[in-house]
Ligand binder design. Structure first.
Ligand code: F6P
Length: 469
């Protein structure tokens, strides 16, 4: 394994992704699976199952050379840790939605209890030379808990969502305890400079820590905090877009469009994705451009997610009503302006849908990265590429500067960008696409993984950095 030498990689995340027979795994799963396979490592996480009484029993399995170790959780765990602290407290707060954030002691207690359960589960599996890589906001305190169990391994943490500005983060009870826990790791990664900057700001202003380049010191502990944007497997995605399944889907979609231009959006049904604003921006476009009626269709694919959380039930009801209202107002007997689809598609089919779309509309109000933007680019036909309209508030906007960057809160900007994209000359489309594709190809998922693990490998076991990476 390129960066890991003889060390095994132990990945710990809320969900464990196993290889599937048809190869349709998410990019993160593919990247980590490869590293896990080559280093004979283990992926630890929640099985997704509920048990009446937590026993700590580990379910081991091995699929295509990837070992997984999972635990079942109690219903109360899932309520307080996953639905509660992770998705009712941290998720909204970290996406700048303090109006939706719920602060409850039970949630925090459940979060710590489940992290202790993961620490108990993982601890006996760890060998001294292992590299430990903890993923995402569900598991922030885990590194601290593993240190408390005596593990002085190299440990990294990667946050897949934004890091909020200090003035928002301080609304979280016990915020400094959460941030302090990050200092148990050796390397902490964020997708963008903006999230990294907010983290450093908090450490300096709220905790009296200091920053020297990538090194952030709090008390006696110095860690590295870096921006390391995640990518996709660009080559594989581009190939998926010309697979038989993609071609079938492409044809099916094109036939159904009858020469109309398709705008596509693909998102988990989540309030952070700006779906309501997207529908309103599209409605604005329809209002301002009656000459375009019947020429355009918005296909919004939005598989429901986290349905036990009230704010997700609310956004779903809002979008149902909004799609119905816009379609009611503008549809004709042979044209429906919005196709609103509450199901997900496997990668190859999705790639065919992206390729059939003249415009990719990605308008999150806040997003750690947003891989849909990168997938849309990778799936395009180089000879006739579509146009990406991208929210400036997605992490991906830092790299995909040749998209049409918009403020998703402004329906007028969205309407103008759709108008511009629909009439963009082929030369300009090709130029913009090439620049974006270069970035998607260069900073792909393997680049991300290697960059992070190399940093981690350069850390000496006593926490010092062996060489500057
Ligand atoms: O990107 C953030 C994230 O929470 C990932 O950790 C997760 O895999 C994804 O969103 C989907 O969320 P969930 O696992 O809650 O369905």
């Amino acid at each position: 394994m390129e960066a890991l030498g003889m060390s095994r990689l132990i990945v710990i995340s809320n969900r464990v992704s196993r290889p599937t027979k048809n190869g349709n795994q998410g990019g993160l799963a593919v990247a980590l699976s490869q590293a896990l396979r080559e280093s004979r490592g283990i992926w630890v996480g929640w099985s997704g199952e509920i048990t009446e009484n937590f026993t700590g029993q580990i379910g081991f399995s091995e699929d295509e050379g990837v070992k997984t170790a999972t635990i079942d959780l109690e219903e109360q765990d899932v309520d307080e840790y996953y639905n509660g602290y992770a998705n009712k407290t941290l998720w909204p707060l970290f996406h700048f939605r303090i109006d939706l954030a719920e602060y409850a002691r039970d949630f925090e207690g459940g979060y710590n209890r489940v992290n202790q359960r993961f620490a108990d589960t993982t601890s006996p599996l760890i060998e001294p030379e292992d590299i430990i890589w903890v993923q995402d906001y569900h598991m922030i305190p885990l590194g601290r808990m593993l240190r408390d169990r005596g593990h002085d391994n190299r440990m990294g943490f990667f946050l897949h969502i934004p890091w909020p500005p200090t003035r928002l983060l301080v609304s979280l009870p016990h915020h400094s305890k959460l941030v302090q826990a990050l200092f148990a790791y050796d390397v902490v990664g964020f997708h963008t400079e903006e999230w990294l900057e907010s983290f450093r700001h908090y450490v300096e202003r709220e905790m009296g820590g200091s920053v020297d380049g990538d090194f952030v010191t709090l008390g006696k502990r110095t860690i590295q905090a870096i921006a390391c944007p995640i990518g996709i497997n660009a080559q594989e995605y581009a190939s998926a877009a010309v697979s038989d399944a993609a071609k079938d889907m492409y044809e099916k979609v094109r036939r159904s469009l009858q020469d109309r231009a398709m705008i596509v959006g693909v998102d988990r049904l989540d309030y952070s994705k700006g779906l309501e604003e997207r529908f309103n921006g599209y409605a604005r476009f329809l209002k301002d451009h009656s000459e375009q009626h019947r020429n355009v269709v918005l296909t919004q694919i939005a598989p429901p997610s986290r349905g036990e959380v009230e704010s997700y039930q609310q956004i779903r009801a809002t979008l149902d009503a909004l799609a119905g209202r816009i379609n009611g107002e503008y549809s004709d007997v042979d044209w429906t302006p919005i196709r609103y689809v509450n199901q997900g598609y496997p990668r190859d089919k999705l790639a065919g849908i992206y390729r059939a779309a003249k415009i990719g509309l990605v308008t999150p109000l806040r997003d750690g990265m947003n891989l849909v933007a990168k997938e849309y680019v990778a799936a395009q036909n180089p000879d006739d590429p579509g146009v990406l309209i991208l929210s400036r508030f997605a992490g991906a906007a830092q790299q995909l500067k040749d998209a049409l960057l918009i403020n998703p809160y402004s329906p007028e900007e969205m309407s103008d960008a759709i108008t511009r994209a629909l009439s963009m000359p082929l030369d300009e489309r090709k130029r913009r696409w090439r620049a974006m594709m270069d970035s998607v190809e260069k900073q792909d998922i393997s680049w991300w993984r290697q960059r992070f693990t190399e940093r981690l490998m350069a850390v000496q076991r006593n926490g010092e950095v062996k060489q500057e990476a």
